[in-house]
Design a protein around this ligand. Structure first.
Ligand code: XMP
Length: 330
């Protein structure tokens, strides 16, 4: 198949009308590629790119799209539920939901090296998805939410884009790739997602690392500390939403390091976790500045964390820019 590239003079998709035209064009292209009976398998993470890719494929081929949502146990609070609600219940997609939480957390138990953690999460993800792919008989195509910057970055040798490269040979060789949002920039993907009727919370989602909350539960992941990360992150996101900061601040999240500090609760000593709040602005993640959150909002978040999150006696606000810090903690 000829390599599809973004034409140099392509009009930037910024309006619902342009998005509609793109959608119609892609529906036709998808149908031409997969034919009248072709089935497509897609790993649907719930991120912007894979969600828009899934919604587009769904519109083109309906239940001949099989989406697989793997919950690795490191997703944010409410994310798997939202994927199921939007794709299975609202859009009536053929969605396979795999709760692989125990598998991932068992493999990660006791592993504190950040790169080893990433490696385990990446490998296990491929393993779980490959198992589903082997079950999917009569499927010849693999859908992927590759976008134009992924192609540019991989061509420039900056990073290998998340393509089928990591899949075992028996899977890789079996499928032909379908990449309907490949020529789009991120803002265009969001515009197309809106035109396809995806909820704003999905289309405007902040960047979220593949290893998920795993890189924010610093060191060896334990279930209790992971819950502290997940619950505090949910509080932070809710309060940012209420304060009108969602969509304005580039990325915000909480981190829980693997050590306790002394505190006092009900007159008794307690050695509990600490929650670190991080809120940064960036253009392309290569550098970041710190958002100036009003103290009033910080205090409200602190109070809710103390009240609602188990095992926490301290809340901190990270003032570090990138450089010298990175955005994530590991
Ligand atoms: P750092 O921490 O390097 O992060 O300043 C830059 C941006 O990349 C995201 N990030 C990741 N994304 N897999 C991903 O898909 C990863 O392992 C990963 N690590 C960091 C991070 O959230 C930030 O937006």
């Amino acid at each position: 198949m000829a390599e599809i590239r973004r034409p140099d003079d392509m009009v930037r998709i910024t309006t619902p009308e342009l998005a509609e035209a793109f959608i119609e064009e892609q529906i036709q292209a998808i149908n031409e590629q997969v034919g009248p009976d072709g089935k497509v398998l897609l790993a649907l993470s719930g991120g912007v790119d894979s969600s828009v890719c899934a919604a587009l494929l769904l519109k083109a081929i309906g239940d001949r799209l099989i989406s697989v949502h793997v919950n690795h146990g490191l997703l944010r609070k409410g994310e798997p539920e939202q994927v199921i609600e939007v794709f299975r219940n609202q859009l009536k997609a053929n969605l396979v939901y795999v709760d692989a939480t125990d598998r991932f957390l068992d493999k990660l138990a006791g592993v504190s090296d950040p790169e080893e953690k990433r490696h385990i999460i990446g490998n296990e993800f491929i393993e779980v998805f490959a198992e589903e792919a082997r079950k999917a008989e009569g499927v010849d195509f693999l859908g992927q939410g590759t976008i134009w910057p992924d192609i540019l970055e991989s061509e420039a040798g900056i990073k290998a884009h998340h393509n089928a490269g990591g899949l075992p040979d028996d899977i890789k060789d079996r499928f032909e790739l379908v990449e309907p949002v490949k020529i789009l920039f991120k803002d265009e993907v969001r515009c197309v997602g809106r035109a396809l009727g995806l909820p704003e919370s999905m289309v405007e989602r902040q960047p979220f690392p593949g290893p998920g909350l795993g890189v924010r539960c610093v060191g060896a992941i334990t279930r209790d500390r992971l819950e502290a990360v997940r619950e505090s992150d949910a509080i932070l996101r809710e309060e940012f939403d209420n304060a009108g900061l969602a969509g304005k601040v580039w990325q915000y999240f909480t981190v829980v390091p693997p050590f306790t500090s002394t505190g006092i609760k009900d007159g008794k000593r307690c050695d509990d976790w600490m929650v670190i709040i991080r809120a940064v602005n960036s253009v392309d993640a290569t550098a970041a500045t710190v958002e100036e959150i009003p103290y009033e909002l910080l205090f409200r978040i602190r109070d809710r964390i103390f009240k609602e999150v188990k095992g926490v006696n301290r809340v901190l606000y990270d003032l570090s820019t990138k450089e010298p810090a990175t955005i994530e903690y590991e």
